[in-house]
Design a protein around this ligand. Structure first.
Ligand code: C5P
Ligand code: ZN
Length: 469
């Protein structure tokens, strides 16, 4: 960030902070995923501490109905977190604060934020300041930076920014969080809420039995281990690492130091053959207030719990967890089981029916009513990253939804480095067929009218082909 951009960012934060402080009441609107839920928790806790009465509502994305509700809302302040930037030109009321990291709406004019010299929309988005919103800061991180500007004592909310970033896979670009996220992480560590450790970066270090840890690891996909139960049992057997401790299945964090280093060395040796190998070992983030074996102790697992709430119309339970209400964990556990089952059924459905079709510049599948629209994006991401779909082509997935056809698009960072920007592709192609869309370079989505899938794919393919250099 240039010195000028930094000054501008600080000034904008200060102005937005003043607007929050002076509000009599507020409405927080946030996204249903882990980043959205943590962002909403930051906003809600901040308002609570200021004594400002408010509501929190969750949206899958900004729909026409949501725009109307926002424009006609009667609260002094509408605070949008982890969404809003893509639909900026449609907001027409004063008193809107947006802390988001999605690619901003290009139809938006700077002057539109001002009414008689009074700043009507406070738009806090990393892209405005030369910060990469895909990998360097998330929605919860942006909400946290505003919260900290409002009151430095809100530093105890920084860990939510870390969980949000991990939930949006911002740590998987390299081997840990980078850029502006480092600042948020530093605050979380200083507050005693996060411990940074170097370890294997697989999902489930705290709660998954050893065999499952490797068997279900899709990103990176490990030959001879991913999807191969026998192979995983052999892996630990050959290294003299018992799978059980008495009756209990051991998890990765149960391993003794020397067991862990033997297993790590072997995993890294095997990972060398895979493209994602270098990302396998690096920083992991632990939330020490939650004890050993808790599903909230590892930031990746914490974010997955939140995701599984959000994807099943139960983001409110995720919010309760983020605000420290641990009675919500039981409800969340049920959501997580459900989530796990649905994801593996969806992956199997796509694989068993060989649904993925390849075209020259893209690949796609249409799951019809079989995969829930709220998880089709996760499924597409897992297919691309696990090698079950080609890594060299963006993957476009369709699912039926109440509003029409839900589209999710996913690609690897390697493709983004070659010029691919799925956010632009989804937005543009959706608009051309009468829908709407947006998102990030490597993960974006849209909703299009039923029956427009083929036209949409044609346009997507044209746009993608132009982007590749
Ligand atoms: O729904 P899905 O997981 O595929 O969304 C990927 C990304 O695209 C999310 O960040 C989401 O907010 C964004 N998106 C959007 N507009 C849509 C659908 C998704 O900005 N209509
Ligand atoms: Zn986000």
């Amino acid at each position: 960030m240039s010195a000028e951009a930094e000054r501008r960012f600080e000034a904008d934060l200060a102005k937005a902070a003043a607007a929050v402080r002076s509000a009599g009441d507020a409405e927080v609107i946030t996204h249903i995923d882990a980043d959205g839920i943590t962002a909403g928790a930051v906003a809600s806790t901040t308002l609570e501490r200021l004594g400002i009465p408010h509501t929190v509502t969750f949206e899958k994305q900004i729909t026409d109905a949501a725009v109307e509700r926002i424009n006609n809302g009667t609260a002094d302040l509408v605070w949008l977190t982890d969404l809003g930037s893509g639909y900026l030109s449609r907001f027409e009321r004063p008193g809107i604060i947006i802390t988001d990291h999605h690619v901003p709406d290009t139809g938006f004019r700077v002057n539109q934020t001002r009414i008689d010299d009074f700043t009507a929309i406070h738009h806090l988005n990393p892209h405005n300041y030369g910060i990469d919103g895909t990998s360097e800061i998330c929605g919860a991180g942006m909400a946290y930076l505003l919260s900290k500007t409002i009151d430095p004592a809100n530093r105890d909310l920084a860990y939510l920014g870390v969980i949000g970033a991990v939930g949006d896979f911002q740590d998987s670009r390299g081997t840990g969080l980078s850029g502006c996220n480092r600042l948020v992480l530093g605050d979380a560590v200083a507050a005693g809420d996060v411990i940074i450790e170097d370890d294997i970066r697989l999902f489930g270090r705290e709660t998954r039995p050893l065999v499952q840890l490797l068997q279900y690891c899709g990103d990176p996909s490990m030959p001879g281990l991913s999807g191969d139960r026998e192979g995983c049992v052999r892996f630990f057997g050959d290294l003299d690492i018992p799978l059980r401790d008495g009756k209990a299945w051991r998890v990765w964090n149960d391993l003794e130091v020397d067991e862990k280093s033997r297993a790590t060395a072997e995993l890294l040796y095997r990972a060398e053959e895979t493209a994602a190998g270098p990302a396998m070992f690096g920083e992991v983030y632990t939330i020490p207030r939650y004890g050993r074996g808790s599903g909230l102790r590892d930031a990746k697992e914490y974010s997955t719990i939140l995701n599984s709430c959000g994807r099943y119309d139960d983001a409110a339970t995720g919010l309760r967890i983020c605000k420290g209400d641990l009675t919500a964990l039981e409800d969340a556990e049920r959501n997580r089981e459900n989530h796990r089952r649905n994801i593996s059924a969806a992956l199997a459905y796509v694989r068993d029916n060989r649904l993925i079709r390849e075209r020259r510049f893209i690949q796609y599948f249409d799951s019809g009513p079989e995969i829930r629209e709220t998880i089709v994006g996760i499924v597409a991401g897992m297919l691309v990253n696990s090698g079950n779909a080609r890594r060299e082509l963006p993957l476009i997935a369709f699912a039926e939804s109440d509003e029409g056809i839900k589209v999710s698009a996913r690609a690897t960072y390697a493709l983004a480095d070659r010029g691919l920007d799925l956010s632009f592709v989804m937005k543009k192609a959706a608009e051309l067929v009468g829908g709407y869309g947006g998102g990030h370079r490597v993960a974006a989505g849209a909703t299009i009218p039923l029956g427009m899938e083929e036209d949409f794919l044609e346009i997507v393919e044209d746009l993608v082909s132009i982007q590749f250099i």
